[in-house]
Design a protein around this ligand. Structure first.
Ligand code: NCD
Length: 291
């Protein structure tokens, strides 16, 4: 359905899953991908070009653009000057909505195996809830459902921002906050672990204080969790010894959904492109087996 179309995949910040799965999804729909990575140094932004000019120019070369940028609000600003649709690939510590869509899809799929739905969900969000944009967007999307209970587990200094807790409360989401991992992960359907976002700290040494404080491993899971509690993480997990927020000793646990979750990025991003470009009703007609 996207034969001849071009995606401008613009990543002004490091990315593995988001960049590659957006690109692969576009290719799977028949389109081509042009990209910039490390755009801060390899694009004309390094020569002082404004985001608005970059948007004007790149939208002349692309049918749709995915943008990730370190500044909060930058994607919205870029989109205002773009002549083609812009999909949000993450802006600093603000939002990461396509991750929230694939997380929601994963939650639905995983829970349906235990005959549970998103209405009535009990979820623990663990780690850096202040700078973690994936959890900010996930909270927004979960607030659209009924009877959701969110347990926020983080060090005091890395609590979920006020704007997000405010939104959740206004939507009648039940919130509990704790700094204690063992206590927080009891009696939940999903445990959503996140990485300390050290790149967002003004002083990198400050991030060290929080690494390793909240680490989920097999022993802690077995002692505290329901036997069917699903483990999620937007990835990358920080597997260095001082952090290790999600231990690899959980690898054999069938409830570890992290790689199924990453895989789900393909279906969700294909759906996003098809919907945004208005070709969703042509997919059945044109699809064919990959050679
Ligand atoms: C997340 C991000 O970039 O916000 N990664 C992702 O896109 N899957 C989470 C993170 O970097 O910790």
């Amino acid at each position: 359905v996207l034969d001849g179309a071009i995606l401008g995949n613009m990543f002004f910040e490091p990315s593995t899953r988001t960049r590659i799965s957006f690109g692969a999804s576009f290719n799977l729909l028949g389109g081509s991908v042009r990209e910039i990575t490390e755009a801060g140094s390899s694009s004309s932004l390094a020569k002082g070009e404004s985001l608005a000019d970059t948007a004007q120019v790149l939208s002349g070369y692309s049918d749709i653009i995915v943008l990730r940028h370190p500044d909060e609000g930058s994607v919205r600003k870029f989109a205002e000057s773009s002549r083609v649709p812009v999909i949000y690939g993450g802006d600093g510590s603000n939002e990461h909505p396509s991750q929230a869509l694939l997380d929601l899809y994963t939650i639905k799929k995983e829970l349906s195996q235990n005959s549970k739905a998103v209405d009535g969900l009990k979820i623990a969000l663990v780690g850096d809830l202040k700078f973690g944009r994936a959890v900010h967007s996930l909270c927004k999307i979960l607030s659209l459902y009924d009877n959701v209970k969110i347990k926020l587990i983080s060090p005091e200094e890395l609590r979920l921002p006020e704007r997000t807790t405010h939104l959740l409360k206004s939507k009648k989401v039940t919130l509990e906050e704790t700094e204690n991992l063992e206590e927080g992960i009891k009696d939940v359907d999903i445990i959503y672990v996140t990485r300390v976002q050290e790149e967002r700290f003004k002083n990198k040494d400050d991030a060290k204080k929080y690494k390793g404080l909240l680490s989920l491993n097999k022993e802690i899971y077995t002692a505290n969790c329901e036997p069917d509690s699903v483990i999620m993480h937007p990835l990358p997990r920080d597997s260095r010894k001082d952090a290790n927020e999600l231990d690899s000793d959980l690898y054999e646990n069938p409830n570890l959904a992290i790689f199924r979750q990453a895989d789900n990025g393909i279906s969700i991003r294909m759906a996003l492109f098809a919907l945004v470009l208005g070709v969703e009703d042509q997919i059945e007609k044109t699809s064919r087996t990959v050679n």
